[in-house]
Design a protein around this ligand. Structure first.
Ligand SMILES: *Cc1c(COP(=O)(O)O)cnc(C)c1O
Length: 387
Protein backbone atom coordinates (compact mmCIF):
# COMPACT_ATOMS: atom_id res chain seq x y z
CA UNK A 1 0.00 0.00 0.00
CA UNK A 2 2.82 2.39 0.84
CA UNK A 3 4.10 2.17 -2.73
CA UNK A 4 0.67 3.08 -4.16
CA UNK A 5 0.31 6.05 -1.81
CA UNK A 6 3.83 7.28 -2.58
CA UNK A 7 3.17 7.07 -6.31
CA UNK A 8 -0.08 9.00 -6.01
CA UNK A 9 1.47 11.75 -3.88
CA UNK A 10 4.47 12.01 -6.19
CA UNK A 11 2.23 12.30 -9.24
CA UNK A 12 0.18 15.05 -7.60
CA UNK A 13 3.35 16.93 -6.65
CA UNK A 14 4.53 16.84 -10.27
CA UNK A 15 1.49 18.89 -11.26
CA UNK A 16 0.93 21.08 -8.22
CA UNK A 17 3.11 23.98 -7.06
CA UNK A 18 5.29 23.16 -4.07
CA UNK A 19 6.20 25.23 -1.03
CA UNK A 20 2.74 26.70 -0.44
CA UNK A 21 -0.66 25.29 0.50
CA UNK A 22 -2.86 24.30 -2.43
CA UNK A 23 -6.59 24.75 -1.72
CA UNK A 24 -9.17 22.47 -3.32
CA UNK A 25 -10.90 25.23 -5.25
CA UNK A 26 -10.29 28.97 -5.04
CA UNK A 27 -12.34 31.71 -6.69
CA UNK A 28 -10.62 34.21 -9.00
CA UNK A 29 -11.46 37.88 -9.37
CA UNK A 30 -9.27 39.31 -12.09
CA UNK A 31 -11.86 40.87 -14.35
CA UNK A 32 -14.40 43.64 -13.82
CA UNK A 33 -15.49 42.51 -10.34
CA UNK A 34 -14.42 45.64 -8.44
CA UNK A 35 -15.60 47.97 -11.19
CA UNK A 36 -19.10 46.50 -11.32
CA UNK A 37 -19.44 46.25 -7.53
CA UNK A 38 -18.37 49.89 -7.10
CA UNK A 39 -20.82 50.88 -9.79
CA UNK A 40 -23.52 48.93 -7.99
CA UNK A 41 -22.74 50.67 -4.68
CA UNK A 42 -22.68 54.07 -6.39
CA UNK A 43 -26.10 53.38 -7.86
CA UNK A 44 -27.39 52.57 -4.34
CA UNK A 45 -29.36 49.67 -5.81
CA UNK A 46 -27.63 46.87 -3.91
CA UNK A 47 -30.69 44.75 -3.21
CA UNK A 48 -32.95 42.63 -5.34
CA UNK A 49 -33.83 45.32 -7.86
CA UNK A 50 -31.17 46.58 -10.21
CA UNK A 51 -29.77 46.33 -13.67
CA UNK A 52 -27.06 43.79 -12.83
CA UNK A 53 -29.64 41.16 -11.89
CA UNK A 54 -31.31 41.43 -15.29
CA UNK A 55 -27.96 41.63 -17.04
CA UNK A 56 -26.65 38.56 -15.24
CA UNK A 57 -29.83 36.64 -16.08
CA UNK A 58 -29.50 37.54 -19.75
CA UNK A 59 -25.85 36.52 -19.82
CA UNK A 60 -26.68 33.22 -18.12
CA UNK A 61 -29.50 32.49 -20.55
CA UNK A 62 -27.22 33.23 -23.46
CA UNK A 63 -24.34 31.15 -22.14
CA UNK A 64 -26.47 28.11 -21.32
CA UNK A 65 -28.76 28.41 -24.35
CA UNK A 66 -31.71 28.44 -22.00
CA UNK A 67 -34.74 30.55 -22.89
CA UNK A 68 -34.92 31.96 -19.37
CA UNK A 69 -32.61 32.20 -16.37
CA UNK A 70 -33.92 33.50 -13.06
CA UNK A 71 -31.24 34.43 -10.51
CA UNK A 72 -31.74 33.38 -6.89
CA UNK A 73 -30.00 33.73 -3.51
CA UNK A 74 -28.46 30.26 -3.67
CA UNK A 75 -28.56 26.95 -5.48
CA UNK A 76 -30.59 25.20 -2.80
CA UNK A 77 -33.54 27.57 -3.17
CA UNK A 78 -33.22 27.31 -6.97
CA UNK A 79 -33.73 23.56 -6.53
CA UNK A 80 -36.63 24.11 -4.14
CA UNK A 81 -38.49 26.31 -6.65
CA UNK A 82 -37.65 23.96 -9.53
CA UNK A 83 -39.15 21.02 -7.62
CA UNK A 84 -42.32 23.00 -6.89
CA UNK A 85 -42.57 23.78 -10.62
CA UNK A 86 -42.14 20.07 -11.33
CA UNK A 87 -45.36 19.46 -9.40
CA UNK A 88 -43.76 18.06 -6.25
CA UNK A 89 -46.29 18.20 -3.44
CA UNK A 90 -46.76 17.40 0.21
CA UNK A 91 -46.30 13.63 0.75
CA UNK A 92 -44.73 12.88 -2.63
CA UNK A 93 -41.48 10.98 -3.02
CA UNK A 94 -38.66 12.31 -5.18
CA UNK A 95 -35.83 10.11 -6.46
CA UNK A 96 -32.40 11.53 -5.62
CA UNK A 97 -28.96 9.96 -5.61
CA UNK A 98 -27.63 9.03 -2.16
CA UNK A 99 -24.25 10.22 -3.39
CA UNK A 100 -24.68 13.99 -3.62
CA UNK A 101 -24.43 17.16 -1.55
CA UNK A 102 -27.11 17.37 1.16
CA UNK A 103 -28.84 20.32 -0.56
CA UNK A 104 -30.34 18.00 -3.19
CA UNK A 105 -32.36 16.15 -0.54
CA UNK A 106 -32.99 19.23 1.61
CA UNK A 107 -34.75 20.95 -1.28
CA UNK A 108 -37.07 17.93 -1.56
CA UNK A 109 -37.83 18.21 2.16
CA UNK A 110 -38.63 21.93 1.80
CA UNK A 111 -41.53 20.82 -0.47
CA UNK A 112 -42.76 18.55 2.36
CA UNK A 113 -41.82 15.66 0.10
CA UNK A 114 -39.64 12.65 0.90
CA UNK A 115 -36.28 11.88 -0.71
CA UNK A 116 -36.11 8.34 -2.10
CA UNK A 117 -32.50 7.33 -2.60
CA UNK A 118 -31.08 5.75 -5.75
CA UNK A 119 -27.72 4.19 -6.56
CA UNK A 120 -24.92 5.67 -8.65
CA UNK A 121 -22.62 4.25 -11.30
CA UNK A 122 -18.80 4.34 -11.38
CA UNK A 123 -18.55 5.69 -14.94
CA UNK A 124 -19.95 9.21 -14.46
CA UNK A 125 -20.80 9.02 -10.71
CA UNK A 126 -24.43 9.84 -11.58
CA UNK A 127 -27.64 7.81 -11.25
CA UNK A 128 -27.37 4.15 -12.33
CA UNK A 129 -30.19 4.25 -14.88
CA UNK A 130 -30.29 0.51 -15.71
CA UNK A 131 -30.44 -0.45 -12.05
CA UNK A 132 -33.11 2.17 -11.45
CA UNK A 133 -35.20 0.77 -14.31
CA UNK A 134 -35.17 -2.73 -12.81
CA UNK A 135 -36.02 -1.28 -9.42
CA UNK A 136 -38.96 0.77 -10.69
CA UNK A 137 -40.30 -2.25 -12.62
CA UNK A 138 -40.35 -4.30 -9.43
CA UNK A 139 -41.19 -1.87 -6.69
CA UNK A 140 -43.66 0.54 -8.29
CA UNK A 141 -46.95 0.50 -10.16
CA UNK A 142 -48.60 3.15 -12.30
CA UNK A 143 -52.12 4.18 -11.31
CA UNK A 144 -53.89 6.97 -13.24
CA UNK A 145 -50.59 8.01 -14.82
CA UNK A 146 -49.00 8.38 -11.39
CA UNK A 147 -46.06 6.26 -10.34
CA UNK A 148 -46.76 4.72 -6.93
CA UNK A 149 -44.20 3.23 -4.55
CA UNK A 150 -45.72 -0.19 -3.74
CA UNK A 151 -44.10 -0.24 -0.30
CA UNK A 152 -45.18 3.20 0.93
CA UNK A 153 -48.19 3.78 -1.38
CA UNK A 154 -46.91 7.30 -1.97
CA UNK A 155 -46.61 8.90 -5.42
CA UNK A 156 -43.07 9.16 -6.82
CA UNK A 157 -43.37 12.48 -8.63
CA UNK A 158 -39.93 13.42 -9.89
CA UNK A 159 -36.25 12.57 -10.19
CA UNK A 160 -33.23 14.80 -9.62
CA UNK A 161 -30.21 13.85 -11.72
CA UNK A 162 -27.08 15.49 -10.29
CA UNK A 163 -24.20 16.18 -12.69
CA UNK A 164 -21.61 15.35 -10.07
CA UNK A 165 -18.37 17.34 -10.11
CA UNK A 166 -19.41 18.58 -13.57
CA UNK A 167 -19.83 15.23 -15.33
CA UNK A 168 -23.21 15.07 -17.11
CA UNK A 169 -25.57 12.19 -16.41
CA UNK A 170 -26.43 10.13 -19.53
CA UNK A 171 -29.65 12.07 -20.23
CA UNK A 172 -31.06 10.17 -23.28
CA UNK A 173 -31.75 6.89 -21.45
CA UNK A 174 -32.85 8.83 -18.37
CA UNK A 175 -35.40 10.85 -20.37
CA UNK A 176 -36.69 7.63 -21.92
CA UNK A 177 -37.08 6.06 -18.49
CA UNK A 178 -38.86 9.14 -17.16
CA UNK A 179 -41.34 9.18 -20.04
CA UNK A 180 -42.14 5.54 -19.38
CA UNK A 181 -42.62 6.01 -15.62
CA UNK A 182 -44.20 9.51 -15.69
CA UNK A 183 -41.41 11.15 -13.73
CA UNK A 184 -40.66 14.87 -13.94
CA UNK A 185 -36.96 15.67 -14.36
CA UNK A 186 -35.48 18.44 -12.24
CA UNK A 187 -31.76 18.77 -12.85
CA UNK A 188 -29.34 19.64 -10.09
CA UNK A 189 -26.82 21.41 -12.31
CA UNK A 190 -25.25 23.21 -9.34
CA UNK A 191 -21.83 21.77 -10.20
CA UNK A 192 -22.11 21.73 -13.98
CA UNK A 193 -22.10 25.28 -15.34
CA UNK A 194 -20.15 24.90 -18.59
CA UNK A 195 -20.89 21.15 -18.95
CA UNK A 196 -22.73 19.89 -22.01
CA UNK A 197 -24.58 16.69 -22.82
CA UNK A 198 -24.41 15.99 -26.58
CA UNK A 199 -23.90 19.70 -27.23
CA UNK A 200 -26.74 20.91 -25.02
CA UNK A 201 -25.95 22.71 -21.78
CA UNK A 202 -26.87 20.84 -18.59
CA UNK A 203 -29.87 22.24 -16.74
CA UNK A 204 -31.88 22.42 -19.98
CA UNK A 205 -33.30 18.90 -20.01
CA UNK A 206 -36.08 18.88 -17.47
CA UNK A 207 -38.73 21.46 -16.81
CA UNK A 208 -36.30 23.47 -14.68
CA UNK A 209 -32.66 23.13 -13.72
CA UNK A 210 -30.79 24.63 -10.79
CA UNK A 211 -27.34 26.28 -10.86
CA UNK A 212 -25.19 27.43 -7.92
CA UNK A 213 -22.67 30.26 -7.67
CA UNK A 214 -21.41 29.52 -4.19
CA UNK A 215 -17.81 30.53 -3.44
CA UNK A 216 -16.36 27.15 -4.41
CA UNK A 217 -18.24 26.69 -7.70
CA UNK A 218 -16.93 27.34 -11.23
CA UNK A 219 -17.98 30.99 -11.04
CA UNK A 220 -19.22 32.74 -7.92
CA UNK A 221 -21.51 35.55 -6.85
CA UNK A 222 -20.53 35.08 -3.19
CA UNK A 223 -23.72 33.13 -2.63
CA UNK A 224 -26.16 32.65 -5.43
CA UNK A 225 -27.97 30.40 -7.81
CA UNK A 226 -30.26 30.39 -10.82
CA UNK A 227 -33.16 28.49 -12.26
CA UNK A 228 -32.91 27.62 -15.95
CA UNK A 229 -36.23 27.22 -17.71
CA UNK A 230 -37.34 26.84 -21.33
CA UNK A 231 -41.05 27.35 -20.76
CA UNK A 232 -42.08 31.01 -20.61
CA UNK A 233 -45.21 30.44 -18.51
CA UNK A 234 -43.22 28.49 -15.91
CA UNK A 235 -40.40 31.07 -16.00
CA UNK A 236 -42.92 33.80 -15.13
CA UNK A 237 -44.16 31.72 -12.20
CA UNK A 238 -40.58 31.19 -11.02
CA UNK A 239 -39.89 34.93 -11.07
CA UNK A 240 -43.17 35.57 -9.24
CA UNK A 241 -42.57 32.96 -6.53
CA UNK A 242 -38.96 34.04 -5.93
CA UNK A 243 -39.97 37.70 -5.50
CA UNK A 244 -42.53 37.23 -2.66
CA UNK A 245 -45.37 36.64 -5.14
CA UNK A 246 -45.98 40.35 -5.37
CA UNK A 247 -48.46 41.35 -8.03
CA UNK A 248 -46.88 44.08 -10.11
CA UNK A 249 -48.52 47.34 -9.14
CA UNK A 250 -46.31 50.18 -8.03
CA UNK A 251 -48.73 51.83 -5.65
CA UNK A 252 -50.17 48.75 -4.05
CA UNK A 253 -48.53 45.99 -2.06
CA UNK A 254 -50.46 42.87 -2.92
CA UNK A 255 -49.21 39.27 -2.84
CA UNK A 256 -51.39 36.55 -4.31
CA UNK A 257 -49.81 33.59 -2.45
CA UNK A 258 -47.09 32.72 0.05
CA UNK A 259 -44.03 33.57 -1.99
CA UNK A 260 -40.33 33.44 -1.19
CA UNK A 261 -37.67 36.08 -0.74
CA UNK A 262 -35.30 34.17 -3.03
CA UNK A 263 -34.24 36.90 -5.46
CA UNK A 264 -30.50 37.44 -5.97
CA UNK A 265 -29.35 40.89 -4.76
CA UNK A 266 -27.94 43.30 -7.34
CA UNK A 267 -24.55 43.44 -5.62
CA UNK A 268 -24.13 39.68 -5.98
CA UNK A 269 -25.28 39.86 -9.59
CA UNK A 270 -22.63 42.56 -10.24
CA UNK A 271 -20.00 40.04 -9.15
CA UNK A 272 -21.72 37.43 -11.34
CA UNK A 273 -21.59 39.61 -14.47
CA UNK A 274 -17.84 40.08 -14.04
CA UNK A 275 -17.34 36.35 -13.39
CA UNK A 276 -19.39 35.06 -16.30
CA UNK A 277 -17.39 37.30 -18.68
CA UNK A 278 -14.37 35.18 -17.72
CA UNK A 279 -16.15 31.82 -17.80
CA UNK A 280 -14.87 30.68 -21.23
CA UNK A 281 -11.29 31.36 -20.08
CA UNK A 282 -11.92 29.55 -16.76
CA UNK A 283 -13.26 26.53 -18.61
CA UNK A 284 -10.27 26.38 -20.93
CA UNK A 285 -7.91 26.34 -17.94
CA UNK A 286 -9.97 23.74 -16.10
CA UNK A 287 -9.86 21.49 -19.15
CA UNK A 288 -6.10 21.88 -19.42
CA UNK A 289 -5.60 21.01 -15.77
CA UNK A 290 -7.85 17.96 -16.05
CA UNK A 291 -5.93 16.74 -19.11
CA UNK A 292 -2.70 17.11 -17.17
CA UNK A 293 -4.06 15.06 -14.27
CA UNK A 294 -5.55 12.37 -16.52
CA UNK A 295 -2.28 11.97 -18.41
CA UNK A 296 -0.13 11.95 -15.28
CA UNK A 297 -2.24 9.25 -13.65
CA UNK A 298 -2.49 7.17 -16.80
CA UNK A 299 0.27 4.74 -15.86
CA UNK A 300 -0.24 4.87 -12.10
CA UNK A 301 -1.25 1.66 -10.36
CA UNK A 302 -4.36 1.60 -8.20
CA UNK A 303 -6.00 4.89 -9.22
CA UNK A 304 -7.05 7.04 -12.16
CA UNK A 305 -8.53 10.48 -12.74
CA UNK A 306 -12.08 10.65 -14.05
CA UNK A 307 -12.36 11.68 -17.70
CA UNK A 308 -15.42 12.99 -19.52
CA UNK A 309 -17.74 10.42 -21.16
CA UNK A 310 -17.89 10.33 -25.03
CA UNK A 311 -21.30 12.00 -24.97
CA UNK A 312 -20.23 14.92 -22.83
CA UNK A 313 -18.15 18.02 -22.56
CA UNK A 314 -17.24 18.50 -18.90
CA UNK A 315 -16.52 21.72 -17.06
CA UNK A 316 -14.06 19.71 -14.88
CA UNK A 317 -15.25 21.66 -11.84
CA UNK A 318 -13.57 19.32 -9.36
CA UNK A 319 -11.08 16.77 -10.57
CA UNK A 320 -11.74 13.34 -9.18
CA UNK A 321 -9.26 10.65 -8.29
CA UNK A 322 -10.89 7.21 -8.33
CA UNK A 323 -9.25 4.19 -6.68
CA UNK A 324 -9.52 0.98 -8.73
CA UNK A 325 -11.10 -0.79 -5.77
CA UNK A 326 -12.89 0.43 -2.63
CA UNK A 327 -10.27 0.65 0.10
CA UNK A 328 -11.12 2.79 3.12
CA UNK A 329 -7.66 2.54 4.61
CA UNK A 330 -5.88 3.52 1.41
CA UNK A 331 -8.32 6.38 0.89
CA UNK A 332 -7.80 7.65 4.43
CA UNK A 333 -4.02 7.47 4.09
CA UNK A 334 -4.07 9.47 0.85
CA UNK A 335 -6.39 12.06 2.39
CA UNK A 336 -4.21 12.44 5.48
CA UNK A 337 -0.91 12.58 3.64
CA UNK A 338 -2.08 15.13 1.05
CA UNK A 339 -3.76 17.39 3.59
CA UNK A 340 -0.75 17.15 5.93
CA UNK A 341 1.53 18.33 3.13
CA UNK A 342 -0.74 21.29 2.28
CA UNK A 343 -2.52 19.71 -0.69
CA UNK A 344 -6.20 20.07 0.09
CA UNK A 345 -8.13 16.98 -0.96
CA UNK A 346 -11.48 15.73 0.27
CA UNK A 347 -13.60 12.59 0.33
CA UNK A 348 -17.13 12.51 -1.05
CA UNK A 349 -20.06 13.32 1.21
CA UNK A 350 -21.48 10.88 3.75
CA UNK A 351 -24.22 9.05 1.81
CA UNK A 352 -27.46 10.91 2.46
CA UNK A 353 -29.29 7.81 3.72
CA UNK A 354 -26.78 7.78 6.61
CA UNK A 355 -27.69 11.26 7.84
CA UNK A 356 -29.95 11.32 10.92
CA UNK A 357 -32.84 13.14 9.22
CA UNK A 358 -32.82 10.87 6.15
CA UNK A 359 -32.14 7.50 7.79
CA UNK A 360 -35.70 6.31 7.47
CA UNK A 361 -36.29 7.45 3.89
CA UNK A 362 -37.07 4.89 1.19
CA UNK A 363 -34.07 3.64 -0.73
CA UNK A 364 -33.00 1.08 -3.29
CA UNK A 365 -29.83 -0.91 -2.62
CA UNK A 366 -26.85 1.41 -2.77
CA UNK A 367 -24.00 -0.99 -3.51
CA UNK A 368 -22.15 1.22 -5.93
CA UNK A 369 -22.63 4.48 -4.00
CA UNK A 370 -21.23 2.73 -0.92
CA UNK A 371 -18.22 1.49 -2.88
CA UNK A 372 -17.65 4.94 -4.40
CA UNK A 373 -17.57 6.45 -0.92
CA UNK A 374 -14.39 4.37 -0.39
CA UNK A 375 -12.95 5.09 -3.82
CA UNK A 376 -13.35 8.80 -4.61
CA UNK A 377 -11.15 11.76 -3.64
CA UNK A 378 -11.43 15.28 -5.04
CA UNK A 379 -8.09 16.89 -5.84
CA UNK A 380 -7.11 20.59 -6.23
CA UNK A 381 -8.86 22.16 -9.21
CA UNK A 382 -8.41 25.94 -9.09
CA UNK A 383 -7.77 27.65 -12.42
CA UNK A 384 -4.51 29.25 -11.24
CA UNK A 385 -2.92 25.78 -11.17
CA UNK A 386 -2.51 26.25 -14.92
CA UNK A 387 0.35 28.53 -16.09
C1 LIG B 1 -23.47 23.53 -4.35
C2 LIG B 1 -24.51 22.53 -4.54
C3 LIG B 1 -25.87 22.77 -4.29
C4 LIG B 1 -26.41 23.98 -3.60
O1 LIG B 1 -25.91 25.16 -3.85
P1 LIG B 1 -25.86 26.34 -2.77
O2 LIG B 1 -25.69 27.52 -3.69
O3 LIG B 1 -24.71 26.08 -1.88
O4 LIG B 1 -27.17 26.40 -2.05
C5 LIG B 1 -26.79 21.81 -4.63
N1 LIG B 1 -26.42 20.62 -5.12
C6 LIG B 1 -25.14 20.32 -5.34
C7 LIG B 1 -24.82 18.98 -5.91
C8 LIG B 1 -24.13 21.24 -5.05
O5 LIG B 1 -22.86 20.92 -5.24
Amino acid sequence: MKKIVDNIIETLLEILPSGKPVPLHEPFFQGNEKKYINDCIDSRFVSSIGRYVTKFENMLAEFTGSKHAIASVNGTCALHISLLMGGVKNGDEVLVPALTFVATANAVTYCNAIPHFVDSNPVNLGIDIKKLERYLQQDTETINKTLINKKTQRPIRAIVPVHLFGTPVDMDPLEKLCRRFNLAIIEDAAESLGSYYKGRHTGNFGLCGALSFNGNKTITTGGGGAILCNNSTIAKKVKHLTTTARVNNKLNYFHDQTGFNYRMPNINAALGCAQIEQLPEFLKKKRKLAQKYIKAFDGIKGASVLNEPDYAKNNFWLNTLVLDKPDRELLQTILERTNNTGIQTRPVWTLLNKLPMYKKCPSMSLTCAKALKDRVINIPSSINLID
